[in-house]
Write a protein that binds this ligand. Sequence first.
Ligand SMILES: [Zn+2]
Length: 497
Amino acid sequence: MAVAVAVPAAGRRGSDQAGGPVAARDTRGPDEAGGRGLTGGLGQTGGPDRAGRRSGVSRVHGPLAFEVGRPVPEVRVAGRWLRLAIPEEERSNQVTNHTGPRPVQWSAKVGGPAGTVPASSRRQREAQVSEPSKAGSATMVRGSVLVGPNELRDAIWIVDGRVRLTPPVGVPVERTIEGWALPGLVDAHCHVGLGASGAVDTATAERQILTDREAGALLLRDAGSPADTRWIDGRDDLPELIRAGRHLARPRRYLRGYAHEIEPEELPAYAAEQARRGDGWVKLVGDWIDRSTGDLAPCWPRDAAAAAIEAAHAEGARVTAHCFGEDSLADLVAAGIDCIEHATGLREDTIGLLAERGVAIVPTLVNIASFPGIAAGASERFPIYARHMLDLHARRYDTVRAAHDAGIPIYVGTDAGGSLPHGLVAAEVAELVAAGLPPLAALDAAVWSARAWLGRPGLVEGAPADLVVYPADPRADVAVLAQPLAIVLRGQVRGPA
Ligand SMILES: [Zn+2]
């Protein structure tokens, strides 16, 4: 159900700031809205409106989560909880008319301090987060369930941790979650168990993956980690991790403590071993600074890469490579690579090659933002490398947009772990939009296409109920991804905390 609510501007924060989850605009003056009162309408579309504010009351659009039958519904607007009092007859209107074409008008008052969570309801929500659903009960997810980029359902159900597309028979619905629901987000390039100087302890790795979960990233592709993170697989409360084993790099040609550092003739055997150790992926370091020339340079002769990729494929794994520069790309594509990480060095010719072969890229733009800092640190000893990194950074958006325009599959990855914090999946989607991808394409890169690419289901019958619920349509403004209303992992509500 999509609801538009006018909230007093004083009670709002975030939606009028950059990156706020729900765009807002004035619809009436403070007098009309009656100070602390709220007025609003109910509609099915409710896309964000970007017009600016001009007086004391703002109107926000989006499906707001409140439960009919509760004495004081709460809604979350721009990341803040508001208590509303809605007349009984209007509540029934919301239920009976939510699919109708004409908005139903209703009004409500702020029942508690705007923008704060009443202590009692906060406790209630915390209890709800940790309480496992009872056996034999169902959760209903309703509003707009985006089972595909352009495929909406009014509702789905969760029974025994799995998605049901039809109402369960004989199973009482004991919980309702309302809003815009998406399959759990994908971070297709992160590192769990990895810190600035190599493997970290289990407690740190757990904090990393919990941070991803809080951001709604419920399916992670680990792009190389020296840590043994198999314990994660036994934890129902943690996102699924698809591992690429440990990085394979040339000696002294990558970050210290990360990779197996090996020579080209060793690469095929190591690739096969990491394929067996991982979950369907192997990660090569395709290029790195060569200190003897002072610039980025490919790490592997084409033949060694081809033999390694063939060995990994024989084990049923796909292969991806870290590539910042231009010169490693054509060889790796010719060698049969499946994906390129970062891919900042793409040019017109290599864009054509990747597009032709269907090789995907994971741009990790939130990480490419660090290139100027890397360049500054290197400028004295390696001035050519420093200028190169600045150039790659300067054209990063053009590169990603040109790749998208050429039809190269693009997926969202943050490169969290190592130097970047976890939980940046929403920021990376926003970066893809900044690069010029249509918002739906940027969203797809973290949702439906990304899941299909990794061989995991979305919201289909019988799939694990991994989903994230938002207050507004993320296709209209991906900024809403930063403010999930609910995170459901294997049928359990796990957030927001
Ligand atoms: Zn990485």
